[in-house]
Design a protein around this ligand. Structure first.
Ligand code: FES
Length: 289
């Protein structure tokens, strides 16, 4: 058996994700963030109103402006340094909302994944270092110390790239942010989901063609949503029913039981919804169109 070939930055990721010393501060910060950020600020920072996580949109502003200032330093074309100073000022203005959206997303995930907790802390520390270095570069520009400004902005870019790499790792490798149902929309044709008896008023988990589905029966009417919460994947059948809302037990996202639309975040994506019927004593489900 041959050893798997490691990618160039895998040792760095392994070192960060195995740094147990980060757990105590990470847990304390996460707890404080969850206790502090409440509705409606929670939805605003999560991007529920946008239908998409807000953090990646804002990071484009910070990374774009900071790196553009460094590129002007390296490539030339900004002899008096004013364009670079303007870019850094814009990036610094966008930094706080960007950091708030990021820490909000991270705090919802860190309790369930130590790797996310640790990588998120290093991501934030790298970005904070980048902010400090670019602030120093801006101060040097205003004093006319162009050489010092260039050195500081180059160092800032290095820290920013490390932070950006870890941010990408959190999203694309650790799954912080994507719709958790995106690769499993459920069966499009009527599919058996077990016996037709469902206890009224209580969310029940069924499986239709490997897709977990939360089924709710009220009188003779059935409601059915994908059981995996689009936010971070918790089981909706372990949540509660509140009027027309299915409330996720993990972070309180509320989905309309009739069509899966988001009534309250932090979820940003709707739940796939299903039609349900009983045929010959068997429950059948198919995706709503
Ligand atoms: S997993 Fe976060 S609200 Fe459902």
């Amino acid at each position: 058996m041959t050893a798997r070939l490691a990618t160039p930055l895998e040792p760095l990721i392994d070192a960060v994700e195995s740094a147990q010393a980060l757990d105590a501060p990470g847990k304390a910060i996460g707890k404080q963030v969850r206790a502090t950020i409440k509705q409606p600020l929670k939805d605003a920072l999560s991007g529920t109103w946008l239908g998409h996580a807000l953090h990646p949109l804002l990071t484009d502003v910070v990374i774009g402006t900071f790196l553009s200032a460094t590129l002007l330093d390296v490539a030339g074309g900004d002899e008096d340094g004013k364009a670079g100073a303007r870019l850094i000022s814009i990036g610094m203005g966008a930094y706080l909302p960007t950091a708030l959206t990021g820490v909000n997303d991270w705090a919802d995930t860190e309790p369930a994944d130590a790797g996310v907790r640790r990588a998120g802390l290093v991501h934030a520390a790298s970005n904070s270092a980048a902010l400090a270095l670019y602030a120093g570069s801006l101060a040097a520009r205003t004093k006319g110390a162009r050489g010092r400004a260039r050195v500081l902005s180059s160092a800032g870019a290095t820290a920013l790239l490390l932070g950006g790499f870890l941010g990408g790792h959190l999203s694309f490798a650790k799954g912080v942010g994507p719709d958790q149902t995106v690769f499993d929309s459920g069966p499009g044709e009527w599919t058996d989901a077990g016996e037709g008896e469902i206890e009224p008023g209580r969310p029940t988990r069924r499986v239709a063609d490997e897709t977990p589905v939360m089924v709710l029966r009220e009188d003779d009417r059935f409601y059915a949503l994908h059981d995996r919460c689009s936010h971070r994947g918790c089981s909706l059948s372990e949540g509660e029913i509140d009027g027309d809302a299915v409330v996720c037990a993990c972070h309180g996202s509320r989905f309309d039981k009739r069509d899966g639309s988001v009534l309250q975040g932090p979820a940003t994506a709707p739940q796939p919804a299903f039609e349900a019927r009983v045929q010959d004593g068997r429950l059948q489900l198919r995706r709503q169109t």
